[in-house]
Write a protein that binds this ligand. Structure first.
Ligand SMILES: *Cc1c(COP(=O)(O)O)cnc(C)c1O
Length: 244
């Protein structure tokens, strides 16, 4: 049994290197096609369920942003990540009572969707003497029971959150409806891009629209062509997720 699992690891190491090459070249092509440079696009590796050995191998290959989406998993892996050259971010749904477990550990929280959550991030960051960067997550498909602020409430949330100490709004994040067709997804990406540009133009204190985080394994090129400058990639990089 040991032997089998260690050779599975070997294969995964090789795959990550090859997958990373393909993804980087696709990102570069989409960047150039949309009038930007490859280095203008940040690729964040979505590392949920991925063993730390595999993540650290990816970091050794140059991955410089990783993101976890569960607080408990992040905390369990935290001491083992090789973070000297890599930023750790939080990208999943965050409960207010768990904020305390990640403040000071992550460089950015991509999934802020309420004033209540922003308040708690601000309060705990202030008490720890750190500033936490956040993205506002938008429920761009207006899906019931999905994380993210509704588009109609986006501007209010930004105005209120911008007033809080010890956090900075650095941009927007979205996950379009999973079952959407290509053309629909395109519409969602375009809307996000429009909000991003609009908010940037308002020049609100404490709000810099540096990151538009959208696009995952199946649609990152399309997202970049629509204006994304951060993509979050899991399965295309690490292979299908294995849930135990
Ligand atoms: C898992 C995850 C991703 C990556 O998904 P893939 O389709 O595997 O690329 C991106 N963003 C978030 C928030 C995730 O949880």
């Amino acid at each position: 049994m040991m032997e089998k699992s260690s050779s599975e690891f070997d294969r995964r190491f090789l795959d990550v290197e090859e997958n990373l090459k393909v993804i980087r070249s696709n990102i570069a092509a989409a960047a150039l096609k949309s009038g930007r440079q490859p280095q203008d696009i940040t690729m964040l590796a979505a590392t949920k369920t991925v063993p730390v050995e595999v993540i650290n191998h990816g970091i050794a290959l140059g991955i410089d942003h990783i993101g976890e989406n569960k607080v408990q998993e992040l905390c369990e892996k935290y001491e083992s990540y090789d973070l000297a050259q890599c930023e750790l971010q939080f990208i999943g749904h965050l409960q207010t009572n768990k904020v305390k477990n990640i403040i000071g550990k992550v460089s950015m929280i991509q999934s802020v969707d309420s004033v209540r959550l922003a308040n708690e991030i601000s309060r705990l960051s202030l008490s720890k003497g750190v500033t936490t960067d956040i993205l506002i997550e938008v429920n761009i498909g207006n899906e019931p029971n999905k994380s993210g602020v509704l588009p109609t409430e986006l501007y209010d949330l930004i105005e209120q959150t911008a007033l809080l100490p010890s956090l900075r709004i650095r941009g927007l994040m979205a996950i379009p409806p999973a079952e959407a067709k290509m053309a629909e997804t395109q519409g969602y990406f375009s809307k996000m891009s429009q909000y991003f540009i609009d908010i940037k133009g308002k020049k609100i204190d404490n709000v810099t629209m540096d990151y538009l985080s959208m696009g995952m394994s199946s649609d990152y090129s399309q997202a970049i062509l629509s204006g994304a400058n951060m993509v979050r990639i899991g399965s295309a990089l690490f292979g299908p997720r294995i849930y135990n």
